[in-house]
Design a protein around this ligand. Structure first.
Ligand SMILES: *[C@@H]1O[C@H](CO)[C@@H](O)[C@H](O)[C@H]1NC(C)=O
Ligand SMILES: *[C@@H]1O[C@H](CO)[C@@H](O)[C@H](O)[C@H]1NC(C)=O
Ligand SMILES: *[C@@H]1O[C@H](CO)[C@@H](O)[C@H](O)[C@H]1NC(C)=O
Ligand SMILES: *[C@@H]1O[C@H](CO)[C@@H](O)[C@H](O)[C@H]1NC(C)=O
Ligand SMILES: *[C@@H]1O[C@H](CO)[C@@H](O)[C@H](O)[C@H]1NC(C)=O
Length: 645
C-alpha cells in the first residue's frame, strides 16, 4: 500500500490506535523499555542531511581516491633548494653509467623542475643488462592488473634520438607490462603518450623508465593513469564506489586543516590546482606530504558524479601559524569570488571559461561555501569573515555561507546561514552529545556537523564501541533535524601506509579496502536525507543508554514506503523493547519488512583486510503485520527495523 498523506484521517486512526495500544499493553509485560512512535507528528528532514567530507589527509586523494599512480610526477617535491632530492624516485644503475639531478629548465612555467639524466653507458661501453634510468614506486606500490590498460604520459627533451623502455616491475623483477618508444631528439620538449596493457598482475609494482643509449635527457611530468576509472573522471573505482554507496547528498572539501596549511604558504590554493595537470605546481601540505594536485579544484567539484552537492571550504586568510588582517585580505576575498565563478559561473565568464576549457562547460551546482576551517578562535576571524560574507552575499545572494563559530549554545555575533560544528571525543562523550542540539535556538543559523568521530582509546583503529556511540549521536542529530541540516563523519579515508589520523571510515592500500564499523553505521542514516521524521517517546525502566528515532522513507527504485525505527543500545545489558506505532495512516505489511543489526561479540572488535566483514550490519526478514512489537537489543548494538507500509 502506498503511504499517503500523513495528515489525512488522523483523528480516526488515532482513535483506533488508542484502543489497540491499550489492548497490547500487556503483550510483553516483561519488557524494560517502551518506544511509542507517533506518526501523526511529522516533519521533513533536510534533503542534504547525510553527506561526506573528503580531506587530503592520510593520502586520501593523492595515492587514494585520485587514481594517478606516479608520485612526484613533476619532480617538484624535493623543493627548490635540493637538486639531489628526487624522492620517491630512485636511480637504476650506478654512477659509472648514470647520474641524475634536478634542474629548473622545464617547459612548464609554473613548475620549472625537471629531471636531468646523463647516461654514460651505451656508447663506448655497453649499459648493464636491462638498461639504466629511473624508477617510481607510486604510493607504496602501483596496482597493475592483468588485462587492464594504463595511459602513460611523459615529457622529454633530448639532443639525439633515443629509445626509452617503459616497464612495470615487481620486486620479483618480472615485468608485468612494458613498452619501447623511439623518439627523434631535436632538443625540443616532446610529449609522449602510450597506452600499456598489463600482461600480469602485481599490486605493488614500480614504473621503470630505462635506456641503453648514451646521452643527455630531460624528463618531466610523468603520469600513469588507469583507463578504467569511475565514470572516466580519474577516480579510483573501488574507493569511489564505497563513497557512492553512502548516497551522500553533499561533499565537503578539501579540508579540514588542509585548507589552512600549517603556514599560509602551505594552504590549498585553488588557482594552482586548475588547468592541465602538467601545469600544476603541486604543494607540500599540512599533513606532511607532497601533493601533485592532480586532485584539484575541478576534480573535487566533479563529485557531482555522486549526485552530491559540493561544499567548498576556502582559506579565511588564516593558517595554523600565521594570518592576514584586513590590510592584506583583498586577494583572499577575490580568490574566493573567483573560485565561486570558476565553479558556478557561466562558461563565458572569466573563470567559468577556464572550467569550460577543462571540459566542463556546464556550471557546477555550488550552493554552499565555508569561510575557513576551525578558525573562530583566531583574532582575525570575525573581521575577515565579515569581509568574505559581504562580498559573497552581494555577488552571489543565493550562496549559503557557513561560519566556523559555534552557535549551538548561544547566538553568533555575525550573520551566517549555517554554523560548523566539529567534535572528536570518547564514546561516552559522543553518546552524551546526542542531546547537544536539544536546546539550540531555532531562530539562528542551521547546524552543519561536518566532522565527528569517536577517537583515541575507545576507537582504536575503528571499533564497534566507537560506531555504536556515533550511531547514538546521529540519532540525536536526526531528532534535531529541524536545526541540524547536514552531517558528515571525518576523516573518510585512510591509506594504511600513512596512518596519520585514526580512526577513519574507509581503509585501503594500493588494491584492497574495507569499511570500519563507523562506515557501516552511516549506512543506517543514508535514507534519512529528505525523509519524514516522526516524533517518538522512549521510556525505560532499566537504563539510560537507549536512544531511538523513527522516519518514513521511500525506496527510490520501487517507490515503496517504509517506516524505519532505529534504536541504539549503548549499555552493557540486553534490553527488551516494546514498540507501539500510533497515528499511522496505513498498515504494516506482513511480508517485506526487515531488521538490520550491527553488533559483535567484543565491543572492541574491528574490521581488517583479513576480516573486512567481521563487524557489518546483518539484515534478516521480519514477518510483522502489527503496529506493536517487541525487539531484543543486544548490548552495544545498532538496530534498524524497516517496516513496509
Ligand atoms: C637533499 O636530498 C637528499 C635526498 O633526499 C638528502 O639526502 C640530502 O640530505 C638533502 N640535502 C639537503 C641540503 O637538504
Ligand atoms: C657499477 O655497476 C657495474 C655493473 O653494473 C659494475 O661492474 C661496477 O663495478 C659498478 N661500479 C661501481 C662504482 O659500483
Ligand atoms: C596587519 O598586518 C600587517 C602585516 O602583518 C602589520 O604590519 C599591521 O600592523 C597589521 N595591522 C593591523 C591593523 O593589525
Ligand atoms: C591498529 O593497527 C596497527 C597497524 O596495523 C596495529 O599495530 C595495532 O595493533 C592496531 N590496534 C588495535 C587496537 O588493533
Ligand atoms: C531487560 O529485559 C531483558 C529481557 O527481559 C533482561 O534480560 C534484562 O536483564 C533486562 N535489563 C535490565 C537492565 O533490567
Amino acid at each position: 500500500m502506498e503511504f499517503c498523506s500523513l495528515k489525512a484521517s488522523i483523528g480516526v486512526i488515532l482513535y483506533s490506535l488508542v484502543i489497540r495500544f491499550l489492548a497490547f499493553q500487556c503483550c510483553c509485560a516483561d519488557a524494560n523499555s517502551t518506544l511509542v512512535v507517533s506518526a501523526s507528528n511529522a516533519r521533513q528532514i533536510s534533503n542534504t542531511f547525510h553527506g561526506v567530507f573528503v580531506e587530503e589527509i592520510n593520502h586520501a586523494g593523492a595515492g587514494g581516491l585520485w587514481a594517478e599512480l606516479v608520485s612526484n610526477r613533476g619532480f617538484e617535491a624535493g623543493g627548490q633548494d635540493n637538486t639531489s632530492n628526487i624522492y620517491p624516485w630512485s636511480v637504476i644503475g650506478n654512477e659509472s653509467s648514470i647520474s641524475v639531478s634536478i634542474d629548473r629548465t622545464s617547459c612548464f612555467e609554473r613548475n620549472k623542475a625537471a629531471l636531468h639524466m646523463e647516461v654514460y653507458c651505451g656508447g663506448q661501453k655497453p649499459c648493464p643488462y636491462g638498461g639504466v634510468g629511473i624508477s617510481n614506486p607510486g604510493y607504496w606500490g602501483m596496482n597493475i592488473e592483468q588485462g587492464k590498460r594504463y595511459k602513460v604520459v611523459y615529457h622529454v627533451r633530448s639532443e639525439r634520438k633515443f629509445d626509452f623502455q617503459l616497464s612495470f616491475t615487481g620486486i620479483d623483477i618480472i615485468k608485468v607490462a612494458s613498452y619501447r618508444r623511439h623518439v627523434f631528439g631535436d632538443r625540443k620538449w616532446k610529449r609522449v603518450e602510450t597506452i600499456v596493457e598489463a600482461q600480469a598482475t602485481n599490486h605493488k609494482s614500480s614504473l621503470q623508465i630505462t635506456t641503453i643509449r648514451e646521452g643527455s635527457y630531460l624528463l618531466d611530468q610523468v603520469s600513469v593513469m588507469p583507463l578504467d576509472t569511475y565514470m572516466g573522471h580519474g577516480f579510483r573505482k573501488d574507493l569511489f564506489q564505497m563513497v557512492a554507496d553512502l548516497k551522500p547528498k553533499f561533499l565537503r572539501f578539501p579540508g579540514g586543516c588542509y585548507v589552512e596549511g600549517d603556514y599560509l604558504k602551505n594552504q590549498f590554493q585553488w588557482k594552482d590546482t586548475v588547468g592541465s595537470w602538467e601545469d600544476r605546481p603541486g604543494h607540500y601540505d599540512i599533513w606532511n606530504y607532497w601533493s601533485d594536485d592532480g586532485f584539484g579544484f575541478l576534480e573535487y567539484l566533479q563529485v557531482e558524479d555522486l549526485g552530491a552537492m559540493p561544499i567548498w571550504v576556502f582559506n579565511a586568510g588564516i593558517s595554523l601559524s600565521d594570518a592576514v588582517n584586513l590590510s592584506a585580505l583583498s586577494t583572499y576575498v577575490q580568490d574566493a569570488l573567483d573560485g565561486i565563478e570558476f565553479a558556478s559561473g557561466s562558461h563565458t565568464s572569466a573563470w567559468g571559461s577556464l572550467r569550460a576549457a577543462m571540459g566542463h562547460p556546464e556550471p557546477f551546482d555550488l550552493r554552499y561555501v565555508a569561510v575557513g576551517n576551525e578558525n573562530c578562535g583566531s583574532v582575525n576571524y570575525q573581521e575577515n569573515y565579515l569581509k568574505f560574507y559581504e562580498a559573497i552575499r552581494s555577488a552571489y545572494p543565493d550562496i549559503q555561507i557557513i561560519s566556523n563559530c559555534d552557535a549551538s549554545s548561544g547566538p553568533l555575533n555575525h550573520p551566517a546561514d549555517l554554523f560548523d560544528f566539529h567534535t572528536y571525543t570518547s564514546s561516552d562523550g559522543m553518546f552524551s552529545l546526542s542531546t547537544k542540539f536539544d536546546h539550540t535556538s531555532r531562530s539562528g543559523p542551521k547546524a552543519f556537523v561536518s566532522e565527528y568521530a569517536v577517537w583515541r582509546k575507545d576507537a582504536a583503529n575503528g571499533s564497534l564501541l566507537a560506531a555504536v556511540a556515533e550511531a547514538a549521536f546521529i540519532i540525536g542529530l536526526e531528532k534535531n533535524s529541524d536545526i541540524v541540516q547536514m552531517v558528515s563523519y571525518a576523516p573518510l579515508f585512510l591509506n594504511i601506509d600513512d596512518r596519520r589520523w585514526i580512526p577513519d571510515a574507509i581503509v585501503f592500500d594500493s588494491y584492497q579496502l574495507y569499511g570500519t564499523p563507523s562506515y557501516w553505521v552511516q549506512k543506517f542514516f543514508i535514507e534519512s536525507s529528505g525523509a519524514t521524521f516522526l516524533d517518538s517517546t522512549l521510556t525505560t525502566t532499566s537504563s539510560n543508554k537507549l536512544i531511538a528515532s523513527a522516519i518514513i522513507w521511500q525506496n527510490s527504485a520501487e517507490k515503496k514506503n517504509y517506516l524505519r525505527i532505529k534504536v541504539v543500545n549503548f549499555g552493557t545489558t540486553t534490553e527488551s523493547l516494546n514498540i507501539y506505532i500510533n497515528g499511522l495512516n496505513s498498515d504494516v505489511h506482513q511480508y517485506g519488512s526487515t531488521k538490520t543489526v550491527l553488533t559483535s561479540t567484543n565491543v572492541m572488535d574491528e574490521n581488517s583486510f583479513l576480516e573486512p566483514k567481521k563487524v557489518v550490519p546483518q539484515t534478516s526478514s521480519l514477518e510483522k503485520d502489527d503496529k506493536e512489537m517487541n525487539v531484543i537489543l543486544s548490548p552495544y548494538s545498532v538496530t534498524s527495523l524497516d517496516l513496509l507500509i
